[in-house]
Design a protein around this ligand. Structure first.
Ligand code: BGC
Length: 350
């Protein structure tokens, strides 16, 4: 009987111990679960609010009308440099993609579609054809992606299509006027042969482009406004291109020879071509012919210094590129945009 009670007692003890242990296990399990939940919550918190050191990425899509353009090459290089080196910091990284429209509007429109499909935050567009602006604005508006036009000015109506659209450029009337003034400021006002009028050749960029239209018009207007009589011998389209500039001026020199007193080029690339043609024809800039361009490419500025080109006008690609990037960031941040941001031209003479 004693043995029986002893057995009962030890069984009871064991049971208590077992229950105790079981409870302990549960306790531990509970604590583990709680830790897991806490960790999960912490992870979630991290996802919601990135740690201070984590940087935000802003995707910038830049569509250039064609890479093979002296001025736009300088412009796009500065845009990339400025976004990457000056604007990116610990908090925000600008991921910049630049594409070559190859002077083909259909191709460029596709490139912009791809930026939209890839959910870029902002698009900077140097259109192949300014007339494509309304299509591009509507595409961007549908996707709610701001678009900043550069270099080729859209119409005021196109800019009015949406409030997240702006144009950054320079007023081409100013550059044309400055070209005319550079000629007017010469001692003979451009009338080298003293026949009472300035006979000129005009090498035009792309006539669809307002830069070409205004420079052509305002360079001559500046002379006329000062009372100078002018005579147009040749006015031809050179598509902003050096080789075409050379061809046009070579042909004009063959046809009109000494009658030509001034060669106006809508840009410096074409002025470089004109300079080659002038030299090949045995004419001397500053002595028996004058030559002006626009852009102030480094090479042209050197020719202005040495007297091989009469003058040029600085088309400030640094100022324009930085303004375009700053405006793009304003747009990404939801700030109100102006329609036009204009950078001044500067006359460059010896
Ligand atoms: C520049 C030209 C350039 C053109 C491209 C003009 O503002 O002066 O050199 O070819 O823009 O659109």
């Amino acid at each position: 009987m004693k043995k029986f009670f002893a057995l009962l007692l030890s069984l009871a003890l064991m049971a208590t111990l077992l229950v105790g242990c079981g409870g302990g296990d549960k306790e531990t399990a509970k604590t583990d679960d709680a830790t897991k939940t806490e960790t999960k919550q912490e992870e979630k918190k991290e996802e919601e609010a990135p740690a201070a050191s984590e940087s935000k990425t802003v995707k910038v899509g830049i569509a250039i009308y064609k890479f093979d353009d002296n001025f736009m090459t300088l412009y796009r290089e500065e845009l990339e440099r400025y976004f990457k080196e000056d604007l990116s910091n610990d908090e925000v990284t600008y991921e910049v993609t630049v594409v070559d429209g190859k002077n083909d509007q259909a191709e460029q429109t596709n490139q912009i579609q791809t930026f939209i499909a890839d959910k870029y935050d902002v698009i900077i567009a140097n259109l192949v054809q300014s007339s494509a602006a309304s299509t591009v604005v509507n595409m961007c508006k549908d996707a709610d992606i701001p678009v900043i036009f550069i270099n080729r000015e859209p119409t005021a109506e196109d800019l009015d299509l949406w409030d997240k659209v702006a144009y950054v450029g320079a007023d081409a009337r100013q550059s044309g006027t400055m070209q005319g003034e550079i000629i007017y400021d010469l001692p003979d006002h451009g009338d080298l042969n003293g026949d009472g009028k300035v006979s000129y050749v005009m090498v035009i960029g792309d006539p669809e482009n307002v830069d070409a239209q205004y420079r052509t018009e305002f360079s001559i207007k500046a002379l006329k406004d000062k009372g100078v009589e002018v005579e147009e011998l040749v006015a031809q389209r050179g598509d902003w291109d050096q080789a075409k500039g050379q061809e046009i001026v070579a042909a004009a020199l063959t046809q009109y020879g000494d009658q030509i007193e001034v060669v106006f080029c809508n840009n410096d690339a074409m002025a470089l071509g004109a300079r080659q043609a002038i030299e090949a024809a045995g004419r001397v800039v500053g002595e028996n012919i004058y030559l002006v361009g626009v852009d102030a490419l480094e090479e042209v500025v050197a020719y202005v210094e040495s007297g091989h080109i009469t003058g040029t006008v600085l088309n400030d690609h640094v100022g324009q590129a930085q303004t375009a990037a700053d405006v793009a960031i304003k747009a990404v941040n939801g700030e109100t945009l102006e329609k036009n941001y204009t950078v001044d031209y500067v006359k460059v003479t010896k």
